[in-house]
Write a protein that binds this ligand. Structure first.
Ligand code: 1CP
Length: 355
């Protein structure tokens, strides 16, 4: 906890990050990484052990704030992201959630509309308060030159875990329910829209400068389903947040949607588009051309591999994006086996420091 802050934090990283989200072009671009706090950092593993598990870590504001700050101390990223999880929302609604070691999240599945009775939006307040307290603490301890990002999972992605009970390669359980009983499934989505608005609103009031909506499973839907379960609910969340906090930019991360991202952008009105690993730099530039601020999209496995190949690809990304509003990030979260030295090297490469 006593590690000194990186000297690069003395520049106005927060202003640069928010400037790009206001459609300015910055060279070098701001950088933060999805899952920048996590198991690849020894100091994270230490705090997680002390917390006695992942959910305890999420719900203990002093510890959650500490792990949010760890990657900022080490690497001086332009933005911190609140340490929490998208599945805090179903947990707060009263759906049992646990994280089994090495297995990822496990929830008691919701099978149909009658199971929705198990969920109580009134029970979310006390759980959300702990997350908001984490945001308040982070904002107090974070250098004022570093931006703070709040987040939630998009209703569709959160619903896939609630219905399936865990992650899977195709999130089939939610897709089948949505086909069999769209009205029933829509009640779950409506509930998630309402609680996600309250959740993001509280994070902004506690000090978040920007928001990201993670839609990890957006790419598994055909376009008619994508419109109903991804675009429309996200649009409602964004519209309500814009009404309450017009100054707070929102980044959408609809993973795996390819060229459909243009439709998502125009309908949802998010300012930023998180681009996944598979999206081409050509398409990212095209999307910037229709007014998006693009963010991404180095392959997390290339960050793990490091070396010359990573250096070449980082340069390709920087060269392709140097005339558009762009935020450097990965195309998905950092994987736990990533050597922290590779992350330090990446930040230096992006900032043109000592390369
Ligand atoms: O064991 C551990 O310490 C837990 C590993 C871990 C971490 C570090 C999980 C379990 N969640 C997190 C933190 C987390 N998750 C953050 C914190 C901020 C950051 O540093 O980025 C965020 C934003 C998330 C978001 C999240 N959780 C998503 C969306 C983004 C993505 O990665 O696709 C999803 C799908 C989850 C669910 C989840 N939580 C954890 C795991 C392993 C998973 C994926 C489960 C699966 O699909 O199998």
């Amino acid at each position: 906890m006593s590690q000194p802050l990186k000297p690069t934090i003395s520049t106005d990283n927060r202003g640069r990050f928010l400037g790009v989200l206001a459609k300015q072009t910055e060279a070098p671009p701001p950088i933060w990484l999805m899952r920048q706090a996590g198991r690849y950092l020894p100091e994270y593993r230490e705090v997680r052990t002390k917390a006695g598990g992942f959910l305890n870590l999420c719900y203990t504001p002093a510890l959650a704030a500490e792990v949010t700050l760890q990657p900022i101390r080490r690497f001086g990223f332009d933005a911190a992201i609140l340490f929490s999880d998208i599945l805090v929302v179903p947990d707060a609604l009263g759906q049992g959630l646990r994280f089994a070691e090495g297995e990822g999240p496990i929830l008691d599945p919701i099978f149909d509309v009658t199971d929705l009775k198990r969920l109580d939006p009134k029970s979310t307040a006390s759980v959300f308060e702990r997350v908001f307290e984490t945001v308040t603490r982070v904002r107090q301890d974070l250098p004022k030159e570093t931006a703070l990002i709040g987040f939630c999972g998009a209703p569709w992605t959160v619903a896939t875990y609630m219905v399936g009970g865990r992650g899977s390669s195709d999130q089939a359980a939610a897709r089948v329910w949505a086909y069999n009983d769209p009205h029933g499934f829509n009640q779950l989505i409506d509930l998630l829209v309402e609680v996600s608005i309250a959740y993001l609103d509280g994070q902004v009031r506690a000090g978040a400068d920007a928001l990201q909506i993670f839609d990890t499973w957006a790419g598994c839907l055909p376009d008619d389903q994508f419109e109903v379960w991804v675009i429309l609910p996200t649009k409602r969340i964004v519209a309500e947040l814009k009404q309450r906090h017009p100054q707070v930019p929102i980044i959408g991360f609809p993973r795996g949607v390819g060229a459909t991202a243009g439709w998502y952008l125009q309908e949802t009105k998010v300012e930023g588009l998180g681009c996944d690993t598979a999206m081409s730099l050509v398409l990212m530039r095209e999307l910037a051309g229709i007014g998006a601020v693009v963010q991404g999209n180095l392959d997390p496995l290339l960050l793990l591999a490091g070396g010359t190949h990573m250096e070449i690809r980082v340069k390709q990304i920087l060269d392709a994006m140097n005339t558009v509003p762009f935020i450097f990030n990965l195309g998905h979260g950092i994987v736990p086996e990533t050597p922290p030295e590779n992350v330090a090297r990446l930040v230096a490469l992006v900032r043109g420091e000592g390369v």
